[in-house]
Structures are given as C-alpha cells and as structure tokens.
Design a protein around this ligand. Structure first.
Ligand SMILES: Nc1ncnc2c1ncn2[C@@H]1O[C@H](COP(=O)(O)OP(=O)(O)OP(=O)(O)O)[C@@H](O)[C@H]1O
Length: 462
C-alpha cells in the first residue's frame, strides 16, 4: 500500500494512545511523529511543517476542562496557520465539538477511535491540505519563520519558555504580585512588560524602578517623594515613583539589592498601601500592581538573613522563573536569526548570512549574559564582519569557569601597557569572568552602577 505524502503530528499525554496512533497511522502516512508533551508543540512545528496535528483536548494538568486543548489549538493555528488541526477527546460532547470547530479545528474525533474512521478523517485532511499548497507557501513559510514563534516581546519555542508564556497568560489579568527570577539578560523586564500589557492596567503607567541604581541616600525621596525643604536639594515638593505608578504597574527591578533597612521601609509601604512623602506626615494612598525581579537567590538570602522573609512572601504571590539561554538551546537559532535580521537592516548589510559552523558555535556556547549577550554579540559581529558570511571569529566567546583559570595567567597586562584604559579594561574583564557575566555582581565588586558597567563593556568592546 503506498503511503500518502503527509506529515502528521499526534499529541496526547497517554503513551498507549500514542503507540496505537503511531502503529496505525504509519501504515498510511509518510511521516508520523508523536509527543506526550504539548509544550514541545511549538519547537516541533518549527522543525517540521506538519500538514495535520491530531490534538488531544485534555491533559493531566488541565483535567477534563479541555482548556489546555483549546490553548494549544490556538497556539498551533497562530504558529502555523496552514496546519489542519483535528481534536480528539474521550469526553466528547456536541458543544465542545462545535466550539472547537468555531475556534478553527477542522474536525473532531471521539476516543476510543474507530481505526477506519480516524484514517479517513486524516486522509481527507491531508488531501485538502495538499490541494491548498500553492507557490505562495514558501513565501508564507519564510515570513512565518521570521515573525511567528513570538510571544509579546519574546522569541522562543522551547518548552521552558512555553511554560513561562502560559504563566504570564494566567497571571496577567489578576492583581497578584509577581516575582520574576532569572539570570541577567534572560528577559525579566520583557516578561514584566508583557504582564502589564495583558493586564487591566495596560492603558495606565508602567513605572520601572531599578533598585540596583538607586543610591541608599536617595532611596526614600526617589520612591516615596519629598516635601519642599525636606533636605538640602529638595527645592520643590515632589511625588515619588510609587505615587507616580499609582493606577498602573510598578516594576521593582533588582529587588535583591535592597539593604535590610530599606527592605523594612518598602514592606511598610506595601502593607499599608500608603506612602508618606519625606518631610511630611500625610499618608497618601497608592493603587499599584507590583512586579519585582532579581537575579539574586532570594530564598538563600532569606536563610542567610540578608533578605526579609515577610517581604519575600509579600512579593512572590506568583513566581516566574526565566531559564538561562544555555538551558533552552532550541531558542538560540531563532534568536540569532532575529538579531541578525535587525542588525542587517540597521547597518545596511542585507547580504550577511550565518553559516552552519557559526551557528554550531553559537549553539554550543554557554551564554553567561543570556539573550542580551547574544544580542550584543550579533550586533558586534555584523559590524566587524568583512565578507558575506558571519564566521565564529566575528564573535567573542568568553571562556567558561574552567577555561577561565587557564586564561587568567595570559591576561596579565604587559608592563608597557599600564595605561588607565588598559587597567580599567582588565578589571572589568576580570570582574565579569569572576561573576560568570552577572552584571549586578560584577558592578558591585567594581563599586560602580550597572549602567556604568554596561557603558564600560561597550567602550572596551567586551
Ligand atoms: N525571549 C526573548 N526574545 C527576544 N528578545 C529578548 C528575549 N529575552 C530578552 N530579550 C532581549 O534581551 C535584552 C535583555 O532583556 P531584559 O532586559 O528583559 O533582561 P533582564 O533579565 O531584565 O536583564 P537584567 O537582569 O540584566 O536587568 C533586551 O534587549 C530584551 O529585549
């Protein structure tokens, strides 16, 4: 029996169903891939252009509400609009089927399925699908490769990021306080902005306060405001950043950097939902949705007594963990492609391409500075590249911890190079390597702000 040239993906969290489906469908269709993890769907769609997805409606996490099924139906149609989706459920009822069809599914199968019926439905879907295939398809695919696999400011198809997107979806509409944890450059601010944009406060202000950059002496006046004459430089009465955020979302970045004394002050304000401007005694109500972020290990800090447990419990109603890039390597190619596109345009180098060797190196590298590092690395490479192909040599790959010790000996500057510039570069380099690219820790060690450190990294081309 000749097989139909059709790519079918079967998604179900029951292994038995997958095995049965694979055995049956392999006899009729050229490619049949199965997965029990729906979070893998976006990455699979990126790697294979599936003609048909046979999608279960109920997953163990979502019990029998079919909510999960509808979520993934929407995702598939967004990421790959030409793919036909056929839903299956053991809890078939007519309303669910009608809703699924309205939301874009092409057909509906009840479990346990009848073999001939399932094959007939899939055959018909594959035939309709190939009838639709026109020359436009490759152009659409190219377009999709560039514009799909985005989620509100994020690019990424990895299962880890799918989980992040789902949490954002769930939490955005609520008023819950959110704590975003993750290394530098993993997209904590991107996540905070996405939550704000999807919240009821989207039309109101999104106020960012980088607590790592606010000095201890200015902290109170900056956050809570001050009366005229409250201190020497207070020429005018001024509202603080918390009042400015009222009605909208307040994003407190680098919350792990606050001293214990300032943590206590912040906690009082968050508990009472009132601020008192410095030099006054009038409490003013504030109405804020709070999102905090840090790359510091807050739970460890609570154990060590450097972060207040009561403050942690106030800010962490929902936690979002942004995984480092090295733990979601599926996303590197997409992100590299995205940044290449941006900088090709910015620097008018439309001919530039990434060859497979360079892509391999980008994939293997440990990216201590995560997506920000990849972004900067690509910009630098586009500027420096001579030919039409980006080579591994156009990138700077910082040594990992182990490699670093070997390199340290080599890094000592020759005596003749004892200029302030060279010394500064060396200090910055050493601090970055020592803290594995963690900007906050490196800046702290150097005694400068993170912004000042970023400036020096740019200046020395690190
Ligand atoms: N998934 C993503 N897709 C595309 N761009 C991203 C993604 N994640 C982060 N970025 C980009 O990487 C840069 C760093 O992101 P962001 O500032 O949100 O990280 P962060 O975790 O808040 O960093 P830091 O802790 O240093 O403040 C930004 O330019 C952001 O737009």
């Amino acid at each position: 029996m000749s097989k139909i040239s059709c790519k079918v993906l079967v998604v179900d969290d029951e292994e038995d169903i997958l095995v049965a489906g694979r055995l049956l469908l392999k006899q009729h269709f050229e490619t049949v891939i199965t997965t029990s993890d729906p979070y893998k769907i976006p990455a699979l769609l990126q790697d294979h252009s599936f003609d048909v997805v046979l999608l279960d409606m109920n997953y163990s996490t979502g019990a029998t509400s079919s909510k999960e099924g509808f979520h993934w139906l929407k995702q598939i149609l967004q990421l790959s609009p030409k793919t036909t989706v056929i839903l299956m459920t053991a809890y078939g009822d007519i309303e669910l089927a009608v809703r699924a069809l309205k939301e874009g599914a092409s057909d509906f199968v009840l479990k346990p399925w009848q073999n001939e019926k399932l094959v007939a439905i899939l055959k018909s879907a594959c035939q309709n699908r190939s009838a639709q295939a026109t020359g436009k398809r490759s152009a659409e695919k190219a377009e999709r490769d560039n514009t799909a696999f985005h989620y509100d400011g994020f690019i990424g198809v990895s299962p880890a990021m799918q989980r992040v997107y789902q949490t954002i979806e769930k939490v955005a509409a609520t008023e819950a306080n959110v704590l975003i944890l993750g290394e530098n450059g993993t997209g904590k601010e991107v996540a905070a902005r996405a939550i704000h944009r999807k919240s009821k406060r989207a039309k109101q202000v999104f106020e960012i306060v980088d607590l790592g950059a606010v000095s201890a002496t200015l902290f109170e006046s900056e956050l809570f405001g001050h009366a005229r004459g409250a201190f020497t430089d207070a020429k005018e009465e001024r509202a603080g950043r918390l009042e400015a955020a009222s009605g909208g979302t307040l994003f407190l970045d680098e919350i792990g950097n606050l001293s214990l004394a300032l943590q206590a002050k912040l906690l009082t304000v968050l508990q009472s939902r009132q601020v008192v401007r410095l030099g006054t005694n009038k409490p003013r109500p504030i109405d804020i949705r709070l999102i905090c972020a840090t790359n510091m290990p807050l739970y460890e800090m609570v154990r060590e007594g450097t972060f207040r447990q009561d403050l942690l419990y106030r800010i962490n109603t929902v936690e979002i963990h942004l995984p480092p890039l090295r733990e979601r390597r599926e996303d590197i190619k997409l992100l590299a492609g995205h940044f290449l596109k941006v900088y090709r345009q910015k620097y008018d180098r439309p001919e530039l391409q990434l060859n497979s060797e360079t892509l391999r190196r980008l994939n293997e590298y440990h990216w201590p500075g995560n997506i920000r590092e990849l972004d900067h690395a690509m910009e630098r490479a586009v500027i420096l590249c001579d030919g039409n192909q980006l080579h591994p040599d156009d990138f700077y790959f910082a040594p990992s911890e182990g490699e670093h010790h070997k390199q340290q000996a080599l890094e000592t500057i020759a005596e003749s190079d004892y200029t302030l510039e060279a010394l500064e570069k060396m200090m910055v380099q050493k601090a970055l390597v020592k803290h594995s690219g963690n900007i906050t820790h490196a800046a702290k060690e150097l005694g400068i702000t993170r912004t000042a450190l970023y400036r020096r990294i740019e200046k020395h081309g690190l």
